[in-house]
Design a protein around this ligand. Structure first.
Ligand SMILES: N[C@@H](CCC(=O)N[C@@H](CS)C(=O)NCC(=O)O)C(=O)O
Length: 200
């Protein structure tokens, strides 16, 4: 059995869980919760960065980060998750943009979580927020299309928007109607999206 260290709110963990569900790999994975702030959690031995998601293979090898884990799942699926040819690079770029939005959103959440209010840096928060805003604006202007099954770029985007819903009360929605429609369509066509909402 593969072991996935993750937590219910992690957008990167959700990317892995949604991909595994969508591609029929979930029965090979046991999800074991992780506390990234707890020094006694074995996560820091499994991944020196102490980050989730981290995947532990049957032979004890650990894989991180989410992109490497997705690559591994793609290998297990016979190459269904990351398409071949020119589409590959568009999917990987979309994943990079969606992950970058998550990284910038997470840094804002961590600023609130790790720093006392008087020590928070408004310039830093605005710098990170600019990345989220520009990323969303680019996607709103040209939402990705997908036919049939979703690939890794679309899965990553759904996770990023889901994370903004979770942590920023969906404030992106009012000014991004095309992305709202995109996510509604994605959720209707990919049940794994709802099935991984704040789970595991
Ligand atoms: N690039 C990494 C990002 C992973 C990441 O930032 N995970 C967060 C939780 S969503 C984390 O582990 N944070 C704890 C920390 O940074 O110490 C990936 O794609 O897996």
């Amino acid at each position: 059995m593969l072991v996935l260290r993750s937590s219910p709110a992690s957008p990167f963990g959700r990317k892995v869980k949604m991909t595994a569900l969508q591609y029929g790999l979930m029965d090979r994975i046991e999800i074991v919760g992780a506390d990234t702030t707890d020094p006694s959690d074995p996560l820091r031995q499994q991944n020196p960065l102490g980050k989730i998601p981290t995947l532990i293979l049957e032979d004890g090898t650990t894989l991180f980060d989410s992109r490497v884990i997705i690559d591994y799942l793609d290998h297990l699926s016979g190459g269904k998750i990351v398409p071949a040819g020119a589409a590959r690079f568009l999917q990987l770029r979309l994943q990079a943009l969606a992950d970058g939005i998550c990284d910038a959103a997470l840094l804002q959440v961590y600023e609130g979580r790790f720093r006392p209010e008087e020590g928070r840096n408004a310039n830093w928060l605005a710098h990170q927020d600019g990345k989220v805003a520009r990323g969303l604006a680019a996607l709103e202007a040209a939402p990705p299309t997908f036919e049939g099954r979703p690939h890794i770029g679309e899965i990553a985007l759904a996770c990023a928007l889901g994370y903004l819903d979770l942590r920023f009360a969906g404030s992106w929605r009012a000014s991004h109607p095309n992305l709202v429609a995109w996510l509604d369509d994605f959720a209707a066509r990919v049940p794994a999206f709802e099935e991984t909402r704040f789970k595991g």
